[in-house]
Ligand binder design. Structure first.
Ligand code: HEM
Length: 180
């Protein structure tokens, strides 16, 4: 997993909790990296899982709630880091459909070692998008947070529900409906 995901996670913990909490969770995990990440480096995603679990214990907040909140934080960080790929005038569904075929492909050109999820979209009816996420990483909650922030960014009111739930979090289908 690319370092930008780790550096943004630690920034979120600094901002939402405190730099002391960041230090404490790093110490609580037995990390190969010792918690030192650079945005262009590549690290084992299990370190991120360990950090989230430690944060969950430290803050008595469910892991899934923390991962979703991180997804929202990460979306805005990605927009800031890759502004050239985000056209706010686009329709939100076209944007979500372009993640697999354009955005993540551009990410892969930039970072050939990036390991990205597989996303398949379908519009069964007007105003509804089915967004299917599959990954080797258990980050369905991260995907949900990213989609939530995406709707906020595009200033569109949507409801997001999970159609299919996989317990490990490595796959999920989200039904995204535009609200009238
Ligand atoms: C709603 C929008 C998006 C969704 C749902 C989404 C989904 C995801 C997920 C779930 C991951 C974690 C890896 C995994 O689960 O396999 C990921 C990784 C990543 N995404 Fe996206 N993404 C979105 C938008 C973007 C945008 C706008 C950018 C940048 C232009 C971007 C760049 C990246 C990068 C750099 C990674 C890290 C790759 C790695 O760890 O090797 N994504 N994406």
């Amino acid at each position: 997993m690319k370092g930008i995901v780790f550096t943004e996670f630690l920034s979120m913990v600094d901002e939402v909790f405190s730099p002391l909490v960041t230090e404490e969770i790093i110490l609580a995990c037995d990390l190969k990296t010792g918690g030192a990440y650079t945005s262009v480096g590549t690290y084992d995603y299990k370190e991120l899982v360990a950090l989230v679990v430690a944060l969950s214990k430290r803050t008595e907040t469910p892991v899934s709630q923390l991962v979703k909140a991180f997804g929202e934080y990460l979306f805005f960080a990605l927009v800031k880091n890759f502004p050239e790929h985000i056209d706010t005038n686009q329709d939100i569904f076209s944007f979500l459909e372009s993640i697999e075929d354009y955005i993540h492909i551009e990410v892969k050109k930039l970072y050939p070692d990036a390991q990205l999820p597989t996303i398949a979209c379908e519009q069964p009816q007007n105003g509804t998008l089915l967004f299917d996420y599959k990954s080797r990483c258990p980050f369905a909650d991260l995907a949900e947070g990213l989609i939530t922030a995406c709707a906020e960014h595009f200033k569109v009111a949507v409801s997001i529900t999970r159609e299919k739930v996989c317990e490990t979090g490595t796959s999920a289908t989200f039904m995204i409906q535009k609200m009238a």
